[in-house]
Design a protein. Structure first.
Length: 108
């Protein structure tokens, strides 16, 4: 009978979804995202004090700059991919990773 072993299919690379994972290069948890998405996620993460209502999309547009249609498209992609979620309306969001860490520590 063949035994089951703990060999990974990815050559032993670190799992970016494992708890406490630092993400890509330099400990940037958003390093694997395209630049506009990374900028959005970094700004939202910096705004952790936004509370339960989250960060307004217009604030994100001002901070990230560039083409507002493109930023809105990337914002929606982050929501669709589960990185961000909307709170009180379509224009307010929080980072799912921040929400998960708050739930674990009951500090929100």
């Amino acid at each position: 009978m063949n035994s089951i072993n703990a060999t990974t299919f990815d050559g032993g690379a670190a799992n970016p979804y494992a708890a406490g994972a630092a993400g890509g290069a330099g400990g940037d948890p958003y390093a694997d995202l395209p630049s506009v998405q990374r900028s959005v996620m970094q700004y939202v993460a910096e705004q952790v004090s936004a509370g339960e209502e989250g960060v307004n999309v217009n604030s994100i547009l001002r901070q990230v700059g560039g083409n507002s249609d493109r930023v809105r498209q990337e914002y929606q992609t982050l929501i669709d991919d589960g990185h961000l979620y909307q709170t009180i309306d379509d224009d307010q969001c929080v980072s799912l990773s921040l929400c998960l860490s708050c739930s674990a520590s009951s500090s929100c």
